[in-house]
Design a protein around this ligand. Structure first.
Ligand code: ADP
Length: 964
């Protein structure tokens, strides 16, 4: 590797580290000296709060997993640690699961184990500073202005970070005594699911965390409530599901983090389920919350007396919502994100797609986990981050409500036709920044001047969009509603932002300079004072140069000694003597130069600093005013951001349809599935680059009260998988309200989509290909209904031929007779094609192939009928298997085929019972009880009516009754 570069950067880091140690020791911003961290006298500080549980930590109770904690537990005498060390240890002990970013001056420092972990993870230099109990304290640090980058890397690696800030002015601490430590506290926990910084977020992806709660509904069954919160946009949705649907629901939401109470976290099957998601899993020490306190928490958060207006929630949903708010409070501490009131998403309203199907169809990411190459990446023509997120959300959760699907289609159709309006809206939207995330940062007090500018630009874009839409006649309802939401925002606030904000904006408000000159008279005055002082300094430099006769005299500035005069060594020697001695005070001697301060410079410096302070105070005041004004309008702005995203998605789908010649599918309540000229959007896009045309194919699985099954055979590489998947993707597109890649499509709405495509070992989960295949097939055969669409590709391939064939055979019969679903079944077991004679709703189709000069040519055309053979040897030859192997295989094959002819499979089919799979295997009815003559004879007797003699005779008669 590049050794030089590596050594170079190490060298650089150590210089920086050294510089900052010096700087810190003199920094006016931090009263704490690093030496205080490890010197030996001190006092105790106030106990630190645990950000997860709210409990107060006792440093004596800390466990030894971290160096800091170990140090604390070994330290029987807290008097031996410095005050700052005691403070650090307490805060660290209160947040043991997090890396602690401990603010010191312009750096976040990490100590002990945290330092070692972070230095390894971030590739930054580990230094040592001071000793604790005779051992060096490992330390590393990150500068404040680069903290976001480092945070991003740590979060991506699965760490959590507790950010500990100075919570008082060092001057205040000084008032308590020279040895007192600046107060610090954790102000925020940074976790994967709660980040808000633009640089840490993927603009095209929601950043959800999911709180999960459950309630028992029987001895063996639970109902799960899920609360999904995106702090970066304020989205807050609830849903509920049974255990079987939990994994699909998590896959639909695709959270970055899952927050679960310990009881759920420790449940082995659930633990496995969570581990299979890509999300970080955070156990919550306390059991979520009972529904009553969850309800109270919700009411408090949203300032409402009753939750009725939000809709009716299940108890598990309420508990999950409570947990979610609990987690928001625990990670954001004193900040309160703007959340929209929770809305309920019903699982019955969306097309159910389990995690395996989602992965197989590569809806939002490919099997290898990338967005590029997925259906989402192929169809994404959105131009705003909010639009990209909404498109991903709609693709992940297509609808089942025909009316709602049609409303979305109407909106797309309108913009397909109105191409001028579409272009106008899209070009306006292109200028639109991420309104929702900027608003959220402002709400959390983490906003900067650029967030204000984002709102200014976003609100103006909203106004322009609204105008363009309003001028268009006969808007369909979805676009009409969106336009209304856009109009509801008062653009007055955007106009005042435009007046106030400068053209060039700093990232951080504390850098100042973001208010336009001429906007505020007081600010202009303070700035002029700064300017004047600078001119005065230039004049002073000229005067000093003239007086000392040194033309190279310069007035300079640094953070350590402020303004100073710098002269060459020789002049410096003169300045140490009268008459200059009284004016110039020696500060530093450098190599070849000397530095002096003067009273005049000191006074000027104070004046400049106070003018700068005043200017910044005024700017910050104006920032707060503008933020407050925006936050007052936050519900309207949030609704406006949502409307802009919806318009962007609609226009993007229209653009896609127009560009690629996609058609509006007919979606209704029937069990139709008729597609003419269907294409696979991703394969087609990939082929376009190579100039190869994609061959469109029809399919018809329509039925009256049950769907048809198409059994597809054909050689490898013929296009079976492509054909199967394209039909599934067309359903997803149609039900999300988009146009589809086909000449025409008629789809009776699908309730569940299942796909078992390809074979992949899942060794990470300890399952073989075959096990995975069977688990997924079981899920399909147990859950598919007549309204479902099932795609099965090469089932039974992972085991011995007869095993596999038998399983595939039985699975088809089950699908046909029991599930009655619309299905596509690709197989290399040609034996199965004879089932078409038996099963009335099963038909054969094959991928057309031709041979040319002994080579196989794939035509990728689906035609009725069965493949005559596999062409396996031809494909093997194409793949480059040695000729000797091919020839030997040919001999073996003809021998196998000869034996097979003597025992044809058709005969076996005929031997099998006709209906191998009964529709539902009914348990045998209990047989009627046999007649019991003895009982009848006994019942006929009434002992109270019998004389002793009659009783004796009756007894003899009973003895004579034959037993049954
Ligand atoms: P199989 O499942 O039969 O082995 P695939 O569906 O994986 O075959 O297709 C193999 C390759 O053939 C694809 O990667 C694609 O390049 C090409 N292909 C498949 N279907 C078509 C089609 N309809 N038109 C053009 N090329 C296709």
């Amino acid at each position: 590797m590049n050794r030089k570069a590596r050594f170079g950067s190490v060298g650089l880091m150590s210089i920086q580290a050294a510089q900052r140690l010096v700087a810190r020791d003199q920094s006016p911003g931090s009263q704490d000296q690093l030496s205080d961290f490890a010197s030996s006298a001190g006092t105790q500080t106030a106990p630190a709060r645990n950000a997860w549980t709210g409990e107060t930590a006792d440093p004596g109770r800390v466990t030894p997993a971290s160096g800091a904690r170990a140090a604390a537990s070994q330290d029987a005498d807290p008097g031996r640690v410095t005050p700052m060390m005691a403070q650090y240890i307490e805060i660290k002990a209160a947040n043991p699961d997090c890396l602690l970013f401990y603010r010191m001056g312009d750096f976040y420092e990490l100590f002990f184990d945290d330092a070692e972990i972070a230095s390894r993870a971030l590739g930054i230099v580990l230094t040592k500073r001071g000793k604790h109990q005779g051992t060096d304290i490992p330390m590393c640090g990150v500068p404040i202005e680069r903290a976001d980058d480092y945070l991003q890397r740590l979060i991506a690696l699965g760490h959590r970070v507790a950010v500990c800030e100075q919570t008082e002015d060092p001057a205040e601490a000084k008032k308590r005594g020279a040895k007192s430590v600046v107060r610090r506290d954790v102000v925020r926990l940074v976790t994967p699911g709660t980040i808000t910084e633009d640089r840490l977020l993927d603009p095209a992806r929601a950043n959800l965390f999911l709180a999960v709660a459950r309630r028992r509904i029987s001895d063996t069954e639970w109902r799960y409530g899920l609360a999904a919160v995106d702090i970066s946009t304020g989205r807050f949705t609830l849903s509920d599901t049974d255990a079987a649907g939990l994994s699909a629901e998590i896959a639909r939401l695709d959270p970055r983090e899952i927050v679960v109470p310990d009881a759920i976290h420790d449940d082995p099957p659930l633990r496995q389920l969570f581990a299979e998601t890509r999300a970080a899993v955070t156990p919550l020490a306390r059991e979520g919350l009972d529904p009553a306190s969850a309800e109270r928490r919700l009411k408090e958060y949203f300032g409402v007396a009753t939750l009725d207006a939000f809709g009716a929630f299940d108890r598990a949903e309420l508990a999950a919502a409570g947990s979610a708010l609990f987690y928001v409070e625990k990670t954001q501490l004193d900040s309160r994100p703007i959340l929209q009131p929770p809305t309920r998403e019903t699982t019955t309203g969306t097309l159910a797609i389990d995690a395996a199907t989602r992965a197989n169809l590569e809806l939002t990411r490919t099997l290898s986990g990338e967005r590029s190459g997925s259906l989402l990446a192929t169809i994404d023509c959105t131009v705003t981050p909010g639009g990209a997120r909404l498109l991903a959300e709609r693709l992940a959760g297509p609808l089942t409500d025909v009316a709602a699907i049609r409303r979305r289609q109407d909106a797309v159709a309108y913009l397909v036709e109105a191409s001028d309006l579409r272009e106008r809206v899209r070009s306006t939207l292109r200028q639109t920044p991420d309104l929702a995330r900027a608003l959220s940062r402002l709400g959390l007090g983490r906003g900067g001047p650029r967030d204000l500018a984002a709102l200014r630009d976003g609100l103006f874009a909203a106004r322009d969009c609204a105008l363009a839409l309003t001028l268009s006649p006969d808007l369909p309802p979805d676009l009409g509603l969106a336009a209304e939401a856009l109009r509801a925002v008062d653009t007055g606030v955007a106009a005042s932002l435009a007046e106030a904000l400068a053209d060039e904006l700093p990232l951080l408000k504390r850098d100042g300079g973001f208010i336009r000159a001429g906007f505020n008279a007081e600010l202009d005055e303070a700035r002029e004072l700064q300017q004047d002082s600078r001119r005065f300094i230039a004049a002073l430099q000229g005067r000093y140069a003239a007086e000392t006769g040194c033309r190279t005299l310069r007035v300079k500035h640094n953070h350590m000694i402020g303004y100073y005069v710098e002269v060459p060594q020789a002049t410096g020697e003169d300045l140490l003597k009268p008459p200059f001695k009284d004016i110039f005070v020696h500060r530093q001697t450098m190599a070849g130069a000397m530095r002096f301060s003067t009273v005049e410079l000191g006074e000027l410096e104070a004046k400049i600093a106070s003018a700068a302070d005043r200017a910044l105070r005024i700017e910050l005041g104006l920032f707060d005013d503008m933020t407050e004004r925006l936050l007052r309008a936050s519900p309207e702005i949030a609704a406006c951001a949502e409307a802009l995203a919806a318009i962007d998605v609609t226009a993007a789908l229209a653009e896609l349809a127009a560009r690629l010649d996609w058609m509006r599918p007919r979606v209704d309540e029937s069990l139709a599935f008729r597609i003419e000229g269907g294409r696979h959007p991703v394969v087609e896009a990939a082929l376009k680059g190579s100039g190869t045309p994609f061959i469109a194919n029809d399919s018809d699985l329509s039925g009256q009260d049950a769907g048809r099954i198409l059994l597809v055979t054909g050689p490898n590489m013929g296009g079976k998988s492509t054909y199967l998947r394209q039909n599934a993707l067309i359903v997803v597109l149609a039900q999300m309200g988009a146009y589809v890649p086909a000449r025409s499509a008629h789809i009776g709405v699908v309730d569940r989509l299942f796909s078992r495509v390809g074979a992949a070992d899942d060794l990470a989960r300890g399952r073989s290909t075959f096990m995975v295949e069977m688990v997924e097939t079981a899920a399909i055969l147990n859950q598919a209904t007549a309204r479902s669409l099932v795609i099965l590709d090469e089932i039974g391939r992972g085991t011995a031929t007869f095993d596999g064939l038998s399983i595939a055979w039985a699975a088809i019969e089950h699908l046909h007779d029991v599930n009655r679903a619309r299905a596509l079944f690709a197989t290399h077991f040609h034996e199965l094609t004879v089932l078409a004679d038996r099963l009335p709703r099963l038909a054969n189709a094959t991928l057309k192939v031709t041979e040319w000069n002994g080579e196989v040519v794939f035509l990728h055309e689906v035609v009725p009928g069965a493949a005559d053979r596999s062409y396996g040897l031809q494909v093997a030859r194409l793949a480059g298997l040695p000729t000797a192997v091919i020839e030997r295989a040919r001999t073996i094959l003809s021998e196998l085929e000869r034996t097979d002819r003597e025992k044809p499979k058709r005969a076996m089919v005929e031997d099998l019972p006709l209906f191998a799979v009964p529709a539902r295997v009914e348990p045998p009815k209990p047989a009627p009880p046999a007649r019991d003559r003895l009982r009848e004879a006994l019942d006929a007797l009434d002992p109270d009516e019998l004389t002793p003699r009659e009783a004796l005779e009756a007894l003899y008669r009973l003895k004579a009754v034959p037993s049954v």
